[in-house]
Write a protein that binds this ligand. Sequence first.
Ligand code: V4E
Length: 244
Amino acid sequence: MSVEVERKFVCEPGIQKQLEEMAVCIGQKQFKDQYFDTPDFHLTLRDIWLRCRQGSWELKCPTDTKGGDGGRDSQTAELCSRYKEISNLPQIQLKVREVVKAGNGDQKTERSHADQTYPVDNQDRPITKGAESFPTNKDSWLVELSLVCFAEFTTQRCSFTFEGAGEESGVRVDLDQADFGYCVGEIEVIVPEGEEIHTALMKIEKTALRLGLSGNQRVQGKMDVYLQRHCPEHYKKLLSAHIL
Ligand code: V4E
């Protein structure tokens, strides 16, 4: 398991050229993300994000940051998010099952398929955005836990790293363009779980300075903008719960 420390930034015109001059482009790719939750948003209201990206599952969960930051209250610490990342499917299933069952008092997951509350078609098959057919056996855990796709979008990503073993080693910068018309940049450092994240915050701060990022406002991620535009009720609930 690892912790992703990340600062998002607004992609001003010229940022790509600037990065091409000061960093190494490590590739461009396109990927489709599908995010899953229960119909009553059990995971996301706990800031837990279940995603399938091009067939690979990933779970992002909140991490207890204060100790790891050394209690620092810098502007960078305020602007950066930190999430534990789990990419091993059995571990993801275990965690999601634990969270969903805890919330349901073990009732919902005991119910039969016909009793479940996710949307169904006229043959009682669950309708999930992007999953065109009835879930196959390997996706039966989604049905069991009433997980449905609530967001689906494609991103064009251009990634950069910095050469050498200096202050920016291990820093990655991504420029993302989502297919619903939103662009965002991210400065990201992955830290093995248990290691303190102060160094990662310092690296992110140095990189932000080098890129001339001046804003000290939190920048919306792709998900904020997607939900605001496409799922306003879900978005409102997450805002009220101070998740977004
Ligand atoms: C954690 C989270 C979400 C899951 C993924 O978000 P993000 O890292 O923005 O996506 P992406 O495509 O860059 O993933 P990567 O390729 O880095 O793995 S969706 C919403 N959240 C919550 C959240 C938050 N509360 N604050 C900020 C700044 N970002 C995300």
